[in-house]
Design a protein around this ligand. Structure first.
Ligand SMILES: [Zn+2]
Length: 107
């Protein structure tokens, strides 16, 4: 699975989808964590992965997913993956992210 995500059909390693960096080699980033998939088969599908360099992988996991979760929840989306609720990695916590109420004063 990872090979299909980080390499094209000719076996050439793909650049990072977010910043375009080719080095360091992008990881196969799971969009939705394995634990949130109901079946073991689909969680490893190509549709659940994107090639991201280590920096962008971290930004995706720690920042983008919590922001998306907040926006989608306010949009009344249901069934969102639990792993998107908060940073599931290291540095950024929910407290360090501006919440939607603080940002919406000029909307
Ligand atoms: Zn990148």
């Amino acid at each position: 699975m990872k090979r299909n995500i980080v390499r094209d059909k000719n076996g050439v390693h793909l650049p990072c989808l977010m910043c375009g960096a080719g080095y360091p080699l992008p990881d196969a980033c799971h969009i939705i964590d394995k634990k949130d998939w109901r079946t073991t088969q689909e969680r490893e599908s190509q549709a659940n992965g994107i090639p991201l360099c280590p920096n962008c992988h971290r930004v995706f996991d720690e920042v983008l997913r919590p922001y998306l979760y907040g926006a989608l929840t306010k949009f009344d989306a249901v069934g969102l993956p639990d792993s998107w609720k908060r940073s599931n990695k290291m540095a950024v916590t929910e407290h360090s992210l501006p919440n939607n109420d603080q940002r919406s004063t000029q909307e």
